[in-house]
Design a binder for this molecule. Structure first.
Ligand SMILES: [Cu+2]
Length: 683
């Protein structure tokens, strides 16, 4: 035993040989041709769709969203030719959950060159393991626009519970906005999506929910409001439709291959037939276990079995975690039986969430909550998943971190651009402890490996490729580093990945000073934003560009009555959610003041008030304080006060009512410019 595992190359080769022989034996035994070559041609092109109430250009594979289901048998060789028929964009496909050679993994630049418009690319790999997987674009935000589809790999010999029928169910989310615009809105810290979904927190809402104390104590501790999800979607889909009919015979057992291909949506799946029996997670079989409601993170797959009653048509529903909508599949024939509603989240009570974490399936026999976490504590592999006993174990800690207001997401406070790699030594067991310091769930996905989720099941810890880390929670995984090259590890919330929550697992033996092939210039694009108020008495606003850490802005204020102006060109450098420095140049004629250069600091105070202190080249000091009170979801009360050793006291208070994504109505009082009212425009 010791000999067999000592040399990692021998280990891998022997495993390959074993898998190969096993596949040969099984296939020969079944009388089929060993290792058939299975070919697919996938054409990526634009497609105009109008299914969510508006005509928009989506991306489709073979003119379909989701793309075609790719079916294989263990031992087959996949030969997949991908054609890029997009007019301008490069593209690429990744085989999510499949163990494939590094160059076939389909992560743009890192593993596989992206496919230029008009060009094609051939993928080839052998199918090593059975289960439910999927494929999607790993280029920019293309996945959100429709580039995803299912992969089903049948075992060489039938295994698992016998069923009468099986269906693939690809869950996804759809927005009529271009995802670049979604990303820009998120990066600007715009709260419009929360308002649109009715999830915007406010003093009035907290009072009505009996959670005013919690609301204020959260603000006191400088924590921005929790977002259950970032984006407001126009539709949720099963197999590309909000309502899908699937054939099923009364009394029959049906296996559903559930795939969460959403870009930024956790789904609760539940069924009108009663509990779901989980038989596989992330493609790997597990001991069958029943759950009434199944929380699925993006990138996860579950095989579940339901038994249809003799008559009737039964709903299996996927509800967005934030309660903003759902998609349904109906099984069987006859009268409709609807799945029970999942209760809406209470966005105010953090205690409610933490209590949920404590009580949930951390203990196996705890009653299921109305909004449970992932059923991880119940998942148990069918055979031991222990790594080789003599492999050295190395433990690392990764904190999940973020700056909600700037929408930067990171590990240990650093984005992919700031810290690219996690080095790994071939042959070791890398144990990763995740500690989530944010108020969001993050589904973390590792390419090229299955990891053991250390969930209290000992030797039978389940194998997964994606794990959800709930807000403020911890999980530990470990995997045997038996690969080579560079593999991406990232949050599968598409916008979090893009905003920096990503690392390269980089094997040794790639030469000294090895740098992974990352196109870092694409990772931190500058985005433009504008917020301009035009009132009867004054105009003020801010326009400029923002990267992860830097803001370059023009900030102005001009009073129509006294013809006084102040115009700042400002550079802001953000160090943490709480700290930033400012430097700039001010053009002004206020109270006869002269133009000047200035520098200073910005600090987030308790109650989420923003404190600023600047000093300028004329020797003047200016402390200031700004605080916005969110009165209702659309009404806010904005207050700014500053003292300048030159211009003395200045303050203004205004009320704002949010009409839509672009416009608000505003009105208020300014010490220099008096009363006035008008509109606020955002871009
Ligand atoms: Cu995330």
């Amino acid at each position: 035993m010791g000999m067999r595992w000592r040399h990692p190359l021998v280990n891998e080769d022997m495993k390959q040989t074993f898998l190969y022989l096993a596949a040969c034996a099984a296939v020969l035994g079944a009388g089929a041709v060993r290792g058939a070559v299975v070919r697919y041609e996938l054409t990526i092109a634009e497609k105009v769709i109008a299914s969510a109430g508006k005509r928009v250009t989506a991306l489709a594979i073979n003119d379909s969203i989701p793309g075609p289901t790719l079916r294989f048998r263990v031992g087959d060789v996949a030969r997949i030719r991908v054609h890029n028929r997009l007019p301008k964009e490069m593209t690429i496909l990744h085989w999510h959950g499949l163990l494939v050679p590094n160059a076939q993994d389909g992560v743009a630049f890192l593993n596989t060159p992206p496919i230029a418009p008009g060009k094609s690319h051939d993928y080839e790999f052998r199918l090593k393991h059975a289960g439910t997987y999927w494929y999607h674009s790993h280029m920019g935000l293309q996945e959100q626009r429709g580039l995803y589809g299912a992969i089903v790999v049948e075992p060489a010999e039938p295994q698992g519970p016998a069923v009468d029928a099986e269906h693939v169910a690809v869950l996804s989310d759809w927005t009529n906005e271009h995802p670049d615009e979604v990303m820009r809105s998120l990066r600007r810290g715009d709260e419009w999506y929360a308002i649109r979904k009715g999830n915007q927190q406010s003093l009035w809402g907290a009072w009505r929910a009996g959670a005013l104390g919690e609301y204020l104590s959260r603000e006191w501790s400088r924590m921005p409001p929790m977002d259950i999800s970032d984006v407001a979607y126009d539709a949720f889909w099963v197999n590309g439709s909000p309502r899908t009919l699937l054939p099923g015979r009364g009394g029959g057992r049906v296996k559903l291959r559930l795939i969460n291909a959403g870009a930024a949506t956790y789904f609760y799946v539940n069924s009108a037939t009663g509990p779901l029996t989980i038989v596989a997670a992330d493609g790997m079989p597990v001991r069958p276990v029943e759950v009434r409601r199944l929380l699925m993170g993006m990138g996860e797959t579950y095989d579940v079995v339901v038994t249809l009653p003799a008559a009737g048509r039964y709903e299996v529903r996927a509800t967005a975690q934030d309660g903003s909508g759902h998609a349904s599949m109906f099984l069987g024939e006859g009268d409709d039986h609807l799945a029970p509603d999942i209760p809406k989240p209470n966005p105010y009570s953090m205690d409610w969430m933490i209590a949920g974490l404590e009580k949930d399936e951390r203990s196996l026999n705890a009653p299921e909550l109305p909004r449970p976490l992932s059923p991880y504590r119940k998942l148990r592999a069918l055979a031991s998943t222990q790594p080789p006993a003599d492999a050295p174990v190395r433990e690392i800690e990764l904190r999940l971190t973020g700056n909600m207001l700037r929408y930067t997401w990171s590990f240990n406070g650093k984005t992919l651009k700031e810290e690219s790699t996690i080095p790994v030594n071939r042959g070791e067991v890398l144990r990763m402890k995740f500690i989530n310091d944010t108020m969001m769930h993050h589904p973390l996905h590792l390419h090229g490996h299955f990891f053991r989720l250390l969930n209290g099941q000992g030797d039978f810890a389940p194998l997964k490729h994606t794990v959800d880390i709930p807000p403020m929670a911890r999980e530990t995984i470990e995997f045997h580093a038996n690969e080579q090259g560079d593999w991406i590890f990232h949050c599968h919330l598409l916008y979090h990945m893009k905003a920096g929550m990503s690392r390269v697992i980089s094997y040794d033996g790639q030469g000294p000073g090895h740098q992974p092939r990352l196109n870092l210039s694409h990772m931190d694009p500058w985005i433009f934003g504008l917020e301009a108020t035009l009132q009867s008495n004054l105009t003020h606003g801010q326009a400029g560009w923002r990267s992860m850490r830097h803001d370059l802005d023009v900030i102005w204020e001009y009073g129509f009555g006294d013809d006084e102006y102040e115009l700042d060109l400002q550079w802001k450098r953000t160090f943490s959610p709480d700290w930033a420095t400012l430097a700039g140049y001010r053009f002004t004629n206020e109270h006869g003041a002269r133009d000047r250069a200035f520098g200073g600091v910005q600090y987030r105070l308790p109650l989420l008030a923003e404190g600023t202190l600047t000093v300028d080249t004329e020797g003047d000091l200016r402390p200031g304080l700004a605080k916005t009170f969110q009165l209702t979801d659309r009404w806010s009360f904005i207050n700014e006060i500053e003292y300048d050793t030159n211009t003395r006291w200045e303050w203004n208070s205004s009320l704002e009512y949010r009409i839509n994504k672009r416009f608000s109505i505003t009105g208020g009082y300014h010490t220099d410019h008096g009363f006035g009212g008008g509109i606020l425009f955002r871009w």
